[in-house]
Design a protein around this ligand. Structure first.
Ligand SMILES: O=c1ccn([C@@H]2O[C@H](COP(=O)(O)O)[C@@H](O)[C@H]2O)c(=O)[nH]1
Length: 232
């Protein structure tokens, strides 16, 4: 099975994360390492996941001058991650330089995707940082920019997937956090959807953290979400 689920391993300790990882199989999901675990554990942790044959999405959301971001992306490629991301709001030149530095890696290059508008943000949040556009308008604008830079896809809310798919084609990867199974708490997420609805809308990958990681039996919840996607 090639699961669409990417589990966001947002844990305080390596032991907690590995206790889940060691109960599951790479056919059930890919794994996302974000700022919390990478800051405390670094590449050693990513290597442990690779040793267990999991594909790793390194979610550090780079945002800096083009040279700095491109070099960070190259380090991610050298680490052998499956996917890596940057913020589209860093601009076209930054995204182009990051894409260019991956050319020597050919088919071994990681997927390079751009974060558009964080799924925790709504209209007011954008207004407060000087963006007078709805999240949807801004996501569309930044997704077109990412595609123009040659990136492989974007991170967006599942609520934006249908329209992006029509505009950007079948091959452009749409990676969606903001996934909340019925009955689970939204927490800080705002632009959300259930796993099955996200898949029906056309999401390529569903990033799911707390609904799995904070569950009493995370491995069981992962299995049941996978099962719910079989008929979507
Ligand atoms: O727009 C974005 C971009 C990234 N994320 C990350 O996804 C997970 C979601 O975790 P949940 O616990 O399911 O909310 C988390 O690691 C975020 O850093 C996002 O949520 N939204």
């Amino acid at each position: 099975m090639d699961s669409k689920i990417i589990v966001a391993l947002d844990y305080e300790t390596e032991a907690e994360a590995l206790s889940l990882v060691d109960q599951i199989d790479p056919s059930l999901c890919r794994l996302k390492v974000g700022k919390e675990m990478f800051t405390s554990l670094g590449i050693h942790f990513v290597k442990q996941l690779h040793e267990r044959k999991f594909d790793v999405f390194l979610d550090l959301k780079y945002h800096d001058i083009p040279n700095t971001v491109a070099r960070a992306v190259r380090s991610a490629a050298d680490l052998g991650v499956w996917m890596v991301d940057l913020h589209a709001s860093g601009g076209l030149a930054m995204m182009e330089e990051a894409k260019k530095i991956l050319e020597p890696y050919g088919k071994d290059a990681p997927l390079l995707i751009a974060v558009t508008v964080l799924t925790s943000m709504e209209d007011l949040d954008l207004l407060q940082i000087g963006i007078n556009a709805s999240p949807l308008e801004q996501v569309i604008r930044l997704s077109h920019l990412a595609q123009r830079a040659g990136l492989d896809g974007v991170v967006c809310s599942p609520q934006e997937v249908e329209i992006l798919r029509k505009n950007l084609g079948q091959d452009f990867k749409l990676v969606t956090p903001g996934i909340r199974p019925i009955g689970s708490e939204f927490g800080d997420q705002r632009r959300v959807m259930t796993p099955a609805a996200a898949v029906r809308s056309g999401s390529d990958y569903l990033v799911i953290g707390r609904p799995i990681t904070q569950a009493e039996n995370p491995a069981e919840v992962l299995r049941s979400i996978n099962a719910s996607l079989q008929n979507s």
